[in-house]
Ligand binder design. Structure first.
Ligand SMILES: Nc1ncnc2c1ncn2[C@@H]1O[C@H](COP(=O)(O)OP(=O)(O)OP(=O)(O)O)[C@@H](O)[C@H]1O
Ligand SMILES: [Mg+2]
Length: 464
C-alpha cells in the first residue's frame, strides 16, 4: 500500500512545484508589463510637455514676428528682438549685429540683465570667436558654446580672454542670412555655463530667420520710400522749371503777336499782299505757340502736390461748361458748329478746384470743336449717377481710330488725322484733363470710331 501512496505524494509534489513555477512566471510577466506601461506613460507625458512647449514657442514666434513687421526702421526691429528674447531665454546679454551694406563694423543693438555691462560699441569680437563663428556660418550653422572654459575647440588663453571681455561663459551665435549674403548675427551670452536645449536652439534659429526677413523688408521699404521722395522732388523741380520757362515765354510772345497785329492793321504803313500773307502765317504760329505755353502751364499746375491745391470748393459743373462754351463760341460760330448742354435738372455740384475744372471742360470742348467738320454739332451732358457726376462731351467730327484710343491721354500724342489735316495742337490737352480728373478722384474715358465722332466721359465723385 505504501508504494502507491508514495507515488501519489511524489506526483502531487511535482504538480505543486509546477504550479508554483507557473505562478511565479505569471507574476514576473505582470511586473514587467506594469513597468513597461509605466515607462510608456512617462514617455507620453514627456512628449506632451514637449509638444506644449513647441506650440507655445510657435505662438511666441508668431507674436514676435508680427510685432517686428509693425516696426518701420531696422533699429526698432532689432531692439524689439533683443528685449524680448533675452529675458525669455534667461540669458545675461542678447545682441544683434546687423551689417547694412554701407557699414563695415556694425555696433550691436543690445539688451543686458542688471549687473552685466553693455558690450562697448567699438569693441572688436575676439579673433578666435569670430573665426569660429564665421566657420560655422559658412556651413549655415550656429556656434553653440556650453562652457567656454571647458570647450575643446577654444584654447585656454583665448577662452580666458573671452571671459574677461564679456564676463560670460556660455554663448550662442546665430547667423542672420538673406539668400545671397550674411546680414549679421544674433548673439546670446550667459554669465554661467549652460546647456542649450534643442528647444532653445530651435527657437533661436526660428527667430533669426524671422528677424532676417523682417530686416530685409524694412530696409527695402526704406529704400523704396527714399526713391519715391527723390522722384517727387525731381517731378516738382521739373514742374517748377516748366512753369518758369512757360511764364518767361509768355511776355515776349505777347509782344511779338501785338506788333504783328499792329503791322497787319497797317499802323506802320501799307503792306503788300506777300507781306500780309507772311505776317498772317507768323501771327497764326504765334497763336499756336501761345496755346502750347498755356497748356504747359496748366500741366505744371495740375502736377502740383494735392496738398497745395485747394479742392474744397463747391463747383457747379454746368456753369463751368457754359463758361468754356462762351470762350469758344466765336470759333464755333465761325465754323457753324452748334452746341447744346443737356442736364437732368438736378444740381450739378461737386467739390473741386474751379480753375482746373474749367480747364477740363475747355480742353474737351475745344477738341470737340477742333476735330469737327464745319457745320458739325457738339453736345455736352451732365448726369448724376448715385455718388458720381458725369460730364459727357460728344461730337460729330473726324473720330479716332480704335488703335489710337488707348494713346490719346498720353502727352504729346496726336493722331495721324490731326497731323495730316494740320489741325493745330500740341497733344497736351487730354493729358492735362486726365491728370486733373484723377486728382479729383475721378476717371476719364473715350469711345470713338473713325468718321463717327468721339465721345469723352468724365466721372467725378461728388465729394472727393
Ligand atoms: N474730339 C476728338 N475727336 C477726334 N480726335 C480727338 C478728339 N479729341 C482728341 N483727339 C485726338 O487726340 C489727340 C490728343 O488730344 P489733345 O487734346 O491731348 O491734344 P491736341 O488737341 O492735339 O493739342 P492741345 O490740346 O495740346 O492743344 C489729338 O491730337 C487728336 O488726334
Ligand atoms: Mg486738345
Amino acid at each position: 500500500m505504501a508504494a502507491p501512496d508514495e507515488d501519489r505524494i511524489e506526483l502531487l509534489t511535482r504538480q505543486l512545484e509546477r504550479e508554483r513555477r507557473a505562478r511565479r512566471s505569471a507574476e514576473d510577466i505582470g511586473e514587467a508589463a506594469t513597468a513597461e506601461l509605466w515607462h510608456t506613460v512617462q514617455r507620453l507625458e514627456a512628449a506632451e510637455t514637449d509638444l506644449r512647449e513647441d506650440a507655445e514657442q510657435l505662438r511666441y514666434r508668431q507674436r514676435l514676428s508680427r510685432d517686428m513687421r509693425q516696426r518701420k526702421d531696422p533699429h526698432a526691429v532689432m531692439d524689439l528682438v533683443v528685449r524680448s528674447l533675452g529675458p525669455r531665454l534667461d540669458v545675461s546679454r542678447c545682441l544683434v549685429y546687423f551689417t547694412d551694406r554701407t557699414e563695415t563694423a556694425p555696433s550691436p543693438v543690445q539688451w543686458t540683465v542688471p549687473g552685466i555691462d553693455r558690450v562697448p560699441t567699438d569693441m572688436q569680437t575676439p579673433p578666435t570667436m569670430s573665426a569660429l563663428a564665421s566657420e560655422f556660418a559658412a556651413r549655415h550653422e550656429s556656434l553653440i558654446i556650453t562652457d567656454i572654459e571647458t570647450d575643446a575647440r577654444i584654447d585656454p588663453a583665448s577662452a580666458a580672454d573671452v571671459v574677461r571681455r564679456y564676463g560670460c561663459r556660455a554663448f550662442a551665435s546665430v547667423p542672420l542670412k538673406s539668400v545671397d549674403r550674411m546680414l549679421g548675427w544674433l548673439v546670446l551670452q550667459s554669465r554661467e555655463a549652460r546647456e542649450w536645449r534643442p528647444q532653445d536652439r530651435a527657437l533661436l534659429d526660428g527667430v533669426a530667420a524671422d528677424l532676417s526677413s523682417a530686416l530685409l523688408q524694412v530696409v527695402a521699404h526704406q529704400a523704396q520710400e527714399e526713391t519715391v521722395r527723390t522722384l517727387r522732388e525731381v517731378s516738382r523741380a521739373k514742374s517748377d522749371f516748366v512753369a518758369t520757362v512757360s511764364h518767361e515765354l509768355r511776355t515776349p510772345l505777347a509782344s511779338i503777336s501785338g506788333y504783328l497785329e499792329m503791322c497787319l492793321d497797317e499802323e506802320f504803313g501799307p503792306l503788300n499782299p506777300n507781306q500780309t500773307h507772311a505776317m498772317t502765317v507768323a501771327l497764326r504760329n504765334c497763336g499756336r505757340l501761345q496755346e502750347l505755353v498755356d497748356n504747359l502751364l496748366d500741366l505744371s499746375r495740375a502736377e502740383e502736390p494735392p496738398e497745395e491745391v485747394s479742392t474744397d470748393v463747391e463747383v457747379d459743373l454746368a456753369s463751368v461748361v457754359e463758361d468754356a462754351h462762351r470762350s469758344l463760341s466765336p470759333a464755333m460760330d465761325a465754323r457753324r458748329i452748334t452746341f447744346e448742354l443737356e442736364t437732368d435738372g438736378a444740381p450739378a455740384t461737386l467739390v473741386g478746384h474751379p480753375a482746373q475744372l474749367h480747364s477740363v471742360a475747355l480742353n474737351l470742348l475745344s477738341n470737340a470743336v477742333k476735330f469737327s467738320h464745319d457745320g458739325g454739332h457738339v453736345r455736352a451732358s451732365i448726369c448724376r449717377h448715385g455718388t458720381h457726376l458725369t460730364l459727357t462731351v460728344r461730337d460729330t467730327g473726324h473720330g479716332i481710330e480704335r488703335a489710337d484710343l488707348a494713346h490719346v491721354f498720353r502727352r504729346f500724342f496726336r493722331t495721324s488725322t490731326a497731323s495730316e489735316r494740320a489741325i493745330p495742337g500740341s497733344g497736351l490737352g487730354l493729358s492735362v484733363v486726365k491728370q486733373i480728373v484723377e486728382e479729383h478722384g475721378g476717371t476719364v474715358s473715350v469711345d470713338s470710331s473713325p468718321g463717327e465722332g468721339a465721345t469723352f466721359v468724365v466721372a467725378f465723385p461728388r465729394r472727393s
